[in-house]
Design a protein around this ligand. Structure first.
Ligand code: AMP
Length: 369
């Protein structure tokens, strides 16, 4: 099996060049047929599309214009999130058929913003021609008009796509060789489900790094840092610390462990925004969440466990039953939904959280192994 090494990561062959060329030639033939009599504008989104553009156009028969753009990101408002706009478009698109050429459509965020931009400029018909499409990652609404190859939700390089700048020149497409890389697990579940206890055992067994946002906040409170002071007000009431603060803190903690073989995230992500931020952050590091494992325990058992723990944990939020119940309510109202995020990616497993510590540990270890 063919492998390439790019920076610190090893990638294995996923789609050989002949297969890519076959798919592009079929896409070119279909476009030539569908757009007969029209003079479309082929618009490539740099940098990733440069290989696809060359080969697709070589397989397109009719007259056409060709241009290339880049996409720039801006901070939008809270409700719009990150906004992307086309830059460098030097050809009028008003009233024309535009074929947008993309190397890969992942979440769909970029392509939807490109379509919105082109519609605003008066394009009459907009078609998407993408070499790769990740149906499991896609959150957009528009269909892929010409999607050559569907792939799983894995990190790929080659044929225009890069890992931190390298790999665009490769003729084949490669996927991250997971056997050689880290495994990242989210241990999920309500307060008192046993996440902390189980994480400690699992990190020993699998040589992973345990990151508990609750523990990091408590260390900051103890150290009387500014972050600790901010977090304390929320924690004492059993409320969530705001997303922006928590996300920044978590990312900084991950960066402190460049040699880690994997992470067990405990207590994070607790909101859909945190989950999205974690996905984007891990992707930028060439990795992702491999599995979210949820420990299932019913409410009365949770309350009893936390009251018991409160007798000697010294945690203010374990001492008061009304704070405990509020934490469970916050979990149900704001956090439980995060499971759907990973379920939609086929990366979610629920485990019975009742039993001895060792029994539950075996259940978890089996899934991780
Ligand atoms: P834990 O130790 O996981 O039970 O967390 C204790 C408290 O820390 C929570 O009740 C929250 O106030 C805060 N906290 C921990 N993790 C997060 C997070 N991911 N997002 C927001 N707040 C958090």
């Amino acid at each position: 099996m063919k492998h390439v090494q790019l920076h610190d990561k090893r990638f294995k062959l996923s789609i050989p060049s002949e297969h890519i060329q076959g798919a592009i030639s079929a896409m070119g033939a279909q476009l030539s047929k569908d757009l007969e009599g029209d003079t479309p504008l082929f618009l490539g989104v740099l940098n990733g599309c440069f290989r696809l553009a060359g080969d697709l156009l070589a397989n397109y028969d009719g007259p056409c214009d060709v241009t290339f753009v880049k996409v720039a990101s801006y901070e939008g408002t809270r409700s719009t999130g990150e906004v992307k706009r086309i830059i460098g478009l030097d050809v009028p698109v008003k009233g024309r058929t535009v074929v947008v050429m993309e190397d890969i459509v992942d979440t769909g965020h970029t392509i939807e913003q490109i379509l919105y931009d082109l519609e605003g400029r008066g394009a009459e018909k907009i078609l998407i021609a993408t070499l790769l499409f990740k149906p499991k990652a896609y959150k957009g609404h528009v269909p892929m008009d010409y999607g050559a190859l569907e792939i799983p939700n894995d990190f790929v390089v080659g044929y225009g796509m890069d890992y931190d700048g390298l790999g665009r020149n490769l003729n084949d497409i490669y996927v991250l060789d997971e056997d050689h890389h880290m495994k990242n697990i989210i241990l999920f579940g309500p307060p008192g489900a046993g996440k902390g206890t189980q994480s400690a055992l699992l990190t020993e067994r699998f040589e992973m790094v345990h990151l508990s946002t609750g523990d990091i906040f408590r260390a900051n409170i103890k150290g009387e840092t500014e972050l600790g002071q901010l977090a304390k007000g929320y924690m004492d009431k059993g409320e969530l610390v705001p997303d922006d603060v928590t996300i920044r803190m978590l990312e900084a903690e991950v960066l402190k462990h460049p040699e880690a073989k994997g992470f067990i995230f405990d207590g994070f992500p607790r909101t859909p925004a945190q989950a999205q931020a974690l996905d984007v952050f891990l992707e930028s590091k060439g990795t992702h969440i491999h599995q979210m494992i949820a420990l299932e325990v019913e409410e009365e058992e949770l309350v009893q466990r936390l009251l018991e723990r409160g007798k000697d944990s010294g945690r203010a939020d374990d001492a008061d039953e009304s704070v405990i119940r509020n934490r469970i309510r916050v979990y149900e109202e704001q956090t439980a939904i995060v499971a759907e995020h990973y379920d939609a990616q086929d990366r979610f497993t629920a485990v019975d959280g009742i039993g001895s510590i060792e029994e539950i540990n075996e259940r978890l270890a089996k899934i991780i192994a």
